[in-house]
Write a protein that binds this ligand. Structure first.
Ligand code: SF4
Length: 281
């Protein structure tokens, strides 16, 4: 087993070394490349299944990123004082929502005391409050709040995933961790053939999606730039990509992101579905 490698929780085999940096969208102005991003094959092996529920179970035992495993478990052990009487999930967060959605919402990563506590992305924190209020008003969520995993909430024709499934320190995953965790999203996307619009919350989620699409051979020149309400059409057989400011306190408390702005994005996402025919990927 190589230096720094951890045994796979199911197979006992070593995970590969961290993927080297620099695997993002190349700046080559000719844009003639197709991305062959470094991937951690054992992560793909872990999540290799054709069943969404099984995928969730497999992802939940991933320990491929030593730094994130240590952080998520340390937070779960120490707990925020206001949640001291609650159990923490302290594991990777699986995608959730409709099993065959048209809309996929891609967040950055679980919050340390939000998703990492409740076991569901954007659940039990202020970002989730903002997000689900907008999703409910635009008909994509059953309820305006997302409090805990058993609260009766449901996404309507939509699914939600994190680009990085484990809570990172300071909400900042490394490029290597993003690249590695995209293997899980790659598998999940293959099981969601009807996704036609992807809403990426924040620049990191937006760029992570571009990286994943380049793995699938997408070419776009110039490289799409993140912005609130930006729509990128990478390929007629790939979902449209929309940018949306992340509903973090930093954005919502400063007025950079308002409720009408967020609803405008999800309303537009729904209208874009009508313009995007279903195509086999
Ligand atoms: S971030 Fe992703 S790849 Fe890394 S340990 Fe968590 S689930 Fe596994």
């Amino acid at each position: 087993m190589g230096q720094g490698a951890l045994p796979h929780p199911l197979t006992g085999q070593a995970f590969p070394s961290p993927v080297p940096p620099g695997t993002g969208w190349p700046e080559d102005p000719a844009c003639h490349d197709t991305l062959v991003a470094g991937t951690a094959d054992d992560v793909g092996v872990l999540s290799a299944t054709d069943d969404l529920d099984e995928l969730g179970a497999r992802v939940s035992v991933c320990r491929a990123c030593p730094r994130l495993v240590a952080w998520r478990e340390d937070v779960a052990l120490k707990k925020r004082a206001s949640f001291a009487d609650q159990p923490y999930w302290g594991r990777p967060i699986a995608g959730w929502g409709a099993a065959n959605p048209s809309v996929l919402i891609v967040g950055l990563a679980p919050a340390a005391n939000g998703g990492n506590r409740t076991g569901r992305i954007f659940t039990g924190d202020s970002s989730g409050d903002w997000l689900f209020a907008s999703l409910h008003r635009t008909g994509l969520a059953r309820q305006p709040t997302s409090l805990h995993a058993g609260d009766g909430q449901a996404l309507i024709d939509a699914r939600m995933v994190a680009a990085v499934r484990c809570a990172p320190p300071d909400n900042k995953p490394t490029p290597e961790e993003i690249t590695r965790c995209l293997d899980h999203l790659d598998v999940e996307l293959a099981l969601l053939p009807n996704v036609r619009v992807v809403v990426a919350l924040g620049k990191i989620g937006f760029d992570a999606w571009l990286q994943l699409m380049k793995r699938r051979g997408a070419r776009a020149c110039p490289r799409p730039q993140f912005g609130h309400g930006v729509v990128a059409d990478l390929d007629s057989k790939l979902p449209l990509l929309m940018g949306c400011y992340h509903p973090s306190r930093q954005n919502t408390n400063t007025g950079k992101l308002t409720a009408p702005m967020m609803e405008a994005v999800f309303g537009k996402a729904r209208r874009l579905l009508e313009a995007r025919p279903r195509t086999a990927r």
